[in-house]
Design a protein around this ligand. Structure first.
Ligand SMILES: [Zn+2]
Length: 281
């Protein structure tokens, strides 16, 4: 019956001269050779868009992993929320910690980025933009959290089953409906607070489902602003969770969702700055 209706509608469209337009988001040709970034089968969704990757033995110690998706506002992929708000209008309360307060300790670790992308972003600028966004979090925390970044042409892999001692950033297809980007962190998330820490991070930006801008997004409602998304993802890297989802927190960088052309989350807001300052105090 549905097929008959579809044929009937098609006939009407054809006979009335209406053009059938293909979906607005085209898949770029040169994006197909990279592996899709997927949630592993044994992962458990512990909050919307946030998955526990379980525990593994790494260098003789038990470590845990988390995979956090950043979804587009209004998409059925879910808000990935930090829970209902109890901010009572106070935006300094607009923050949560990602992994029970686990944070980076000890020597700042270097990271690598493969800036190759299918959307024409200037590859030599990606490292600079990521570094500037890391600096925002470090300035707000009063701590030198991460080490220096370096470019690579190596094929990088997001570590969804166990850490590999490399902190990796790249572009690929993030295989979750509506996902703009995903950040994975590994570390010690249980035990007393002093025993909790972060030991590795990986981050992937979806250049198959999304077009990106490095300076000003166009006004056609199809581009994601790289700094708007990177500032958020790097918040997860340093240990920040999503803000509560009440309206008080809408403009916080760690609000769980983002929209096309949005740039408000490029800069950290009061909740973001208060949160990271407390985390690293
Ligand atoms: Zn997020």
């Amino acid at each position: 019956m549905k097929a008959l209706v579809a044929i009937f509608v098609s006939l009407i469209l054809l006979s009335s001269g209406v053009m059938v337009i293909s979906p607005a988001i085209a898949i770029p040709d040169n994006a197909s050779d990279k592996a899709k970034v997927k949630v592993p089968e044994n992962a458990v969704e512990i909050a919307p868009g946030i998955f526990s990757l379980g525990s593994v033995i790494h260098h003789g110690e038990v470590v845990e992993g988390l995979m956090v998706f950043h979804h587009r506002a209004g998409h059925s992929g879910g808000p990935g929320g930090g829970g209902g708000g109890d901010t009572t209008g106070d935006d300094s309360k607009c923050f949560t910690f990602l992994a029970k307060g686990a944070k980076w300790k000890g020597e700042a670790e270097p990271w690598i980025v493969n800036p190759s992308n299918s959307r024409g972003l200037t590859e030599s600028d990606i490292l600079t933009h990521l570094s500037a966004n890391i600096e925002q979090w470090e300035d707000a925390s009063g701590t030198d959290i991460l080490g220096a970044g370096a470019e690579t042409t190596d094929d990088l892999v997001a570590d969804t089953t166990s850490p590999d001692d490399k902190n990796e950033v790249y572009f690929a297809d993030v295989d979750s409906p509506g996902a703009i980007a995903v950040t994975i962190v590994w570390g010690h998330f249980s035990g007393p607070p002093f025993a909790r820490d972060l030991i590795e991070w990986d981050q992937v930006y979806d250049d198959v489902d999304y077009d990106w801008s490095l300076d000003a997004p166009n006004d056609e409602g199809i581009q994601m602003d790289f700094d708007n998304i990177a500032a958020h993802e790097l918040g997860h890297t340093v240990g920040m969770g999503h803000s509560p989802t009440d309206d008080t927190c809408l403009e916080q960088t760690m609000y769980p969702t983002a929209a096309f052309e949005e740039i408000i989350k490029r800069s950290l807001e009061l909740g973001d700055r208060t949160g990271v300052s407390k985390l690293y105090s």
